[in-house]
Design a protein around this ligand. Structure first.
Ligand SMILES: [Zn+2]
Length: 439
């Protein structure tokens, strides 16, 4: 019979006879009321060297770890789709085909994000293929016919998107968002615009799909022109929209909103996105005479379905940053407690990036967890430190980013062993129901 069980039996007997007794080897759970600074001599050598340097702005600290994917909770970007129509002519998806197309393009965009391809450049690269851990969610709006955030606007002044070569270029104009933007700051608005009808009449006009990103909303053009005659399902009916180039452009533009730069120029802050000539195909002539063309999402190329670890890290750093606009458009998955999403720390870990977790955080026996950045816990969630576990708060900020309270830090003890919580570099502890004072 193990000690814990024997103790449990003793407690039953004791309570039955109403005798008061203390159990010498019981598991105790206590909320931490005070945290003490770590003794300098107990600091590991590398900690002293890092003192004063924040790792929270290093994008590589946000790259998902294949072995511990739960340490990078999935983020969902809420989106809405606006179709800009001319007042008289059907020049874009309308109420008959627009709802279906909105669902399809978001579905296909997510499929691209889910099937992250191996990088084709540089030739022979060993760049890991990691999951992106983010996707889009077409927002709900009960006032529309489909119940989704899909809107149709007939406006001869604002339906068109004129490219860089047009004398009436308006690709940088924010007018369409000013007039028709919905749930601004809370949902990423996608405007599906089209070329000017006069341009379409011109025999020399080239229909080009393109887009532009503005932090937490994007404009696209020519999606309708480019998809309406593409694929027919095997049965010969229903057009299957959203294939080919269009989800590439949308993922690229939303990539900008998530902090990504163009990857071929070498100024995107990532070492794993090589510089190249942005060739659309291999021609055999310089500069497009290499062995492969790029397939990165942030290049201007036909297949843009590869995202590198550094790029994924960048998107998560942006989404974790409370000052970035696009964070407002995320579904607040971290505000609903989900016990299933409890993270168990079974070996030593250092969390050097900000995180929004959805369940408890448990530091198990024999493990040390070092927190250095912002960590949000939902209401009802707590940090539990097992009797032989250790939590180090190294300048971390613990909080509930939902205007509520999280439970606090619970330390477990058993016999001589007691979970340890120490700090250095002045951590901040906010919104804990069981208040914690940093001594
Ligand atoms: Zn771009």
């Amino acid at each position: 019979m193990n000690t814990l069980f024997r103790c449990f039996l003793l407690l039953i007997v004791v309570s039955y006879f109403g005798i008061s007794s203390s159990c010498s080897s019981s598991l105790q759970k206590d909320y931490v009321a005070q945290v003490s600074p770590i003794v300098p001599s107990d600091l590991p050598a590398e900690y002293a060297a890092n003192r004063g340097k924040s790792p929270c702005r290093d994008r590589m600290n946000y790259v998902p770890d294949l072995e511990f994917l739960d340490h990078t909770p999935e983020k969902k970007v809420k989106v809405s789709v606006h179709y800009m129509l001319s007042e008289k002519v059907k020049n874009n998806f309308n109420e008959t085909d627009g709802y279906q197309f909105a669902n399809q393009i978001i579905y296909h965009c997510n499929k691209y994000l889910k099937d992250n391809l191996k990088m084709s450049l540089p030739v022979g690269n060993k760049t890991p293929q990691l999951p992106l851990r983010y996707s889009y969610l077409l927002d709900v709006d009960k006032s529309t016919r489909s119940g989704h955030a899909v809107y149709f606007h007939r406006d001869d002044e604002l339906y068109h998107f004129n490219g860089t070569k047009s004398k009436d270029k308006n690709y940088g104009s924010r007018e369409v968002y000013k007039k028709y933007g919905k749930n601004k700051g809370k949902v990423l608005n996608i405007f599906m615009m089209e070329p000017h009808l006069d341009s379409l009449d011109s025999p020399t006009f080239q229909i080009t799909g393109r887009g532009v990103a503005f932090g937490d909303w994007v404009k696209m053009t020519a999606v309708y022109q480019n998809t309406r005659d593409t694929v027919v399902s095997p049965s010969g009916f229903n057009h299957v929209y959203g294939r080919y180039a269009q989800q590439r452009t949308l993922n690229h533009e939303i990539g900008h909103c998530l902090g990504l730069g163009h990857s071929w120029r070498k100024n995107d802050g990532c070492d794993d996105t090589p510089a190249h000539a942005n060739c659309w195909g291999l021609t055999g002539k310089p500069p497009c005479n290499g062995k492969a063309i790029s397939n990165n999402m942030m290049d201007y190329i036909p297949v843009a379905q590869s995202v590198t670890p550094c790029q994924i890290g960048t998107t998560h750093m942006t989404m974790s940053n409370k000052t970035r606009k696009v964070r407002g458009c995320l579904k607040k998955t971290w505000c609903t407690f989900n016990k299933e999403k409890t993270i168990e720390i079974k070996q030593d870990h250092e969390w050097n990036g900000a995180k929004d977790i959805e369940g408890h955080l448990v530091v198990m026996d024999g493990a040390t967890l070092t927190l250095r950045c912002r960590l949000s816990l939902p209401r009802k969630a707590k940090i539990i430190v097992y009797p032989k576990g250790k939590l180090i708060l190294d300048g971390a900020t613990l909080e509930n980013d939902c205007g509520q309270e999280w439970e606090g830090i619970e330390v477990w003890s058993y016999n001589e062993d007691k979970g340890e919580v120490v700090y250095f570099n002045s951590p901040t502890i906010n919104n804990a129901k069981n208040k914690i004072t940093v001594l």
